[in-house]
Design a protein around this ligand. Structure first.
Ligand SMILES: Cc1ncc(C[n+]2csc(CCOP(=O)(O)OP(=O)(O)O)c2C)c(N)n1
Length: 678
């Protein structure tokens, strides 16, 4: 047995739940957990201030906020104890509207609380699809003792998204100010400032949650006095106030937001010093302006270049860290810029700060030279695609210094022998594949002579398999709508369209209705695996409430939309209760898929297959937990009999079938560990 560490910092009584319980000192926490802790802290602050508030969280999962809901479910006892309600959204825009409602609640006579502090969350595409809701909600505003943080899940490198994302522009479009935290500590600190800012200004506040920060973990300080809110003394709100009311005349609302609330936002940021000088050079040669994760990249890059804080000061390099990237607070920025020869903006993807900064400083004289997406000579400098990383930023700095401050070159650490990392814009080197036993590995097969359209979800991987003849993916919930625009102009009589059950419930049913309305020849394949598999296997919304949507219910809904031919395929047709399906729905074993598809493609109009088989990863989890019986059959390949033709790999497309080198040549083996026993 190893002895317990004797370090004084070691706390033998520390429990995992302390990350939510401890009220001072340091805790170890992940980005997701920090976003669970944040509303708990807000509630405690409100209690201490004598405010009767409650918390409300709603949104929809997606990268990199894919498991936020799971973290919230896990912390239910803490949320309950703090009057915080987590209500998973059916989709992002309806969730945003529910959050909108929390700000209206105190307007009713006899409301039970003085305010509801709320958090909305969505992945980048979820932000995009919700702009109408977010805009209406933000134009209407927040309540004085409520406040809203809108968590924008951005996956800039499209590591697990269909599109590379940066949500600032969508938020700007909705008039929502954007906080850009650069670390988990910032999640807590800026989160508390964010609620206060929302209450002060009447605005929703965007809160950027990036893959690199949300998926990291670390030790952070939760000292009670860390965040002290300062009320601005240089801002006077209009007589009608800034907060939400029932009367919302469009032009008055517009004026209130853009003329008054955003001025209040800037005043708050200024008064609380949210944008701040992190390093002040002894001379004013180069001022670097940065924000969010790029700040961390910059600090690491400077370290790699051998530029420690003392050297930076001596050379005349300063750093300005922006917390609120839109709307940029101009006064402190002007003070920082004054007297600098050069400014360099280091921000990821398309410019947000740089363009505001250029317009803020345009009429300042003398003004520093500006570098950012371009150098002062108009050549590309900071890439606006892919992701930044310390290696890329170090390369940018090295180049800038070489060209515009060559006298500093000798201060830099010489280039390492190994090549620096570069922006990953060329796509992934290795594509993911279906898990062993994945139902989508069978259900996405198309019959000879047919093609299919892909969709959002794990089954979207069919697009990467040429023999599946599955074409491009569009946004979640629009599956098949592109066929309405293609069908009249092509010689292809029919198409198959895959759609996961999570997507179906989120928004996909409406796309099916559109196909019925347009009367196109299409067969929807609703892939029921009982989980939102791609984001971690969450239940389809509804389970917590009235019971998860079932295959018979889906069949009834499809019939209700006017689809005449519906066939259910499953690995276990015995499980259905007789009489629960609409009349005429056929229930067949999954092995019939080819025949059924060939039949349905000949039927004019919209037809549907509901392919029902539990997600293999989910089944594996359930078996481990003893909630699903272990099958009493295993499949093995006898190496002595195997002729090594490899056809089993081709036919099954299963990753558990592996090559094995034997003295009789290459044979096949089934990896019994990764096999999911389908
Ligand atoms: C508007 C929007 N919200 C969220 C996501 C994130 N997302 C990607 S795949 C996926 C799960 C889809 O689940 P389902 O349709 O059941 O397919 P499965 O992964 O189970 O095959 C989600 C939520 C997204 N791409 N777009």
């Amino acid at each position: 047995m190893t002895a317990a560490p004797t370090s004084p910092a070691f706390d033998a009584d520390y429990a995992l739940e302390d990350r939510y319980r401890v009220e001072s000192g340091r805790i170890f926490i992940t980005g997701n957990q920090a976003l669970v802790r944040l509303p708990l802290m807000q509630r405690q602050r409100d209690l201490a201030a004598g405010l009767n508030t409650a918390g409300f969280i709603s949104g929809y999962r997606g990268s990199p906020l894919g498991t936020y809901d799971m973290n919230l479910w896990e912390a239910k006892a803490f949320l309950d104890a703090n009057q915080i309600r987590f209500e998973p959204g059916l989709n992002e825009d309806l969730a945003a509207t529910a959050v909108f409602g929390t700000q209206q609640a105190p307007l009713h006579a006899g409301a039970r609380v003085q305010g509801v502090f709320s958090m909305w969350y969505g992945t980048g595409p979820g932000v995009d699809r919700s702009c109408d809701a977010l805009k209406h909600a933000n134009y209407a505003g927040t309540s004085k003792h409520g406040g809203v943080l809108a968590l924008m899940g951005d996956d800039p490198g499209a590591k697990s998204s269909s599109i590379a994302h940066q949500s600032e522009h969508a938020m700007i479009h909705c008039g929502i100010p954007v906080l850009n935290p650069s670390s988990i500590q910032d999640y807590l600190d800026l989160g508390l400032y964010g609620f206060a800012l929302s209450r002060y200004s009447g605005c929703w506040i965007g809160f950027k949650c990036l893959t690199d920060t949300i998926e990291s973990s670390g030790s952070v300080s939760v000292a009670p006095g860390r965040v002290q809110i300062v009320t601005p003394t240089d801002y006077e709100p209009p007589a009608a106030g800034l907060h939400i009311g029932w009367a919302n005349l469009p032009l008055q609302v517009e004026e209130r937001l853009f003329e008054h609330r955003l001025a209040a936002v800037r005043a708050f940021v200024r008064a609380n010093g949210l944008d701040r000088v992190v390093i002040e050079g002894a001379r004013r040669r180069l001022g670097i302006v940065t924000t969010g994760k790029a700040y961390g990249d910059l600090r690491q890059a400077l370290e790699e270049l051998g530029l420690d804080e003392r050297k930076l000061r001596d050379l005349g390099i300063s750093i300005y860290k922006v917390a609120l990237s839109w709307p940029l607070e101009p006064e402190r920025l002007r003070a920082f810029a004054a007297g600098h020869d050069d400014l360099l903006v280091v921000e990821e993807k398309r410019p947000v700060i740089e363009e505001q900064l250029a317009s803020i400083l345009y009429n300042v004289s003398p003004r520093p030279r500006l570098s950012g997406k371009q150098d002062p000579l108009g050549r590309p400098l900071v890439p606006q695609i892919g992701e930044l990383n310390p290696g890329v930023v170090a390369g940018i700095l090295r180049r800038w210094i070489g060209e515009f401050a060559p006298d500093w070159t000798s201060a830099l650490t010489p280039l390492p022998a190994t090549p620096l990392l570069t922006v990953q814009a060329g796509g992934l080197a290795r594509l993911p594949s279906f898990c062993s036993g994945c139902p989508h590995n069978r259900s996405t097969v198309v019959p000879e002579g047919s093609i299919a359209l892909g969709g959002i979800g794990c089954h979207g991987m069919a697009v990467w398999l040429p023999e599946r003849r599955t074409l491009a993916v569009n946004q979640m919930g629009a599956e098949g709508a592109n066929w309405i625009g293609q069908a009249p102009y092509v010689e292809i009589p029919h198409i198959f369209q895959n759609m996961g059950d999570g997507t179906y419930f989120h928004s996909g049913l409406l796309a099916i209705r559109a196909a019925v309305a347009a009367n196109v020849n299409i067969t929807y394949k609703i892939l029921v695996n009982g989980a939102v598999a791609m984001t971690g296997g969450q239940p389809i919304e509804g389970e917590e409430m009235a019971g998860e949507i079932t295959t018979p219910e889906i069949a009834h809904q499809l019939a209700g939309e006017g689809i005449g031919t519906i066939v259910v395929l499953s690995d276990d047709i015995e499980k259905y209760v007789p009489g629960t399906f609409p009349a005429g729905v056929r229930i067949l074993d999954r092995s019939e898929i080819d025949r059924v598809q060939k039949e349905l493609r000949e039927i004019p109009g919209v037809t549907a297959i509901v392919y029902d088989q539990t997600c293999a990863a989910e089944a594996r989890r359930l078996r481990k937990q003893g909630k699903l019986p272990e099958p009493d059959k295993r499949v093995v390949i006898n190496e002595l009999v195997c002729e090594g033709c490899g056809d089993c790999s081709v036919q099954s497309n299963c990753i558990s079938i592996e090559p094995i080198e034997t003295e009789f040549g290459r044979k096949r083996i089934i990896n019994q560990s990764s096999c999911n026993k389908d």
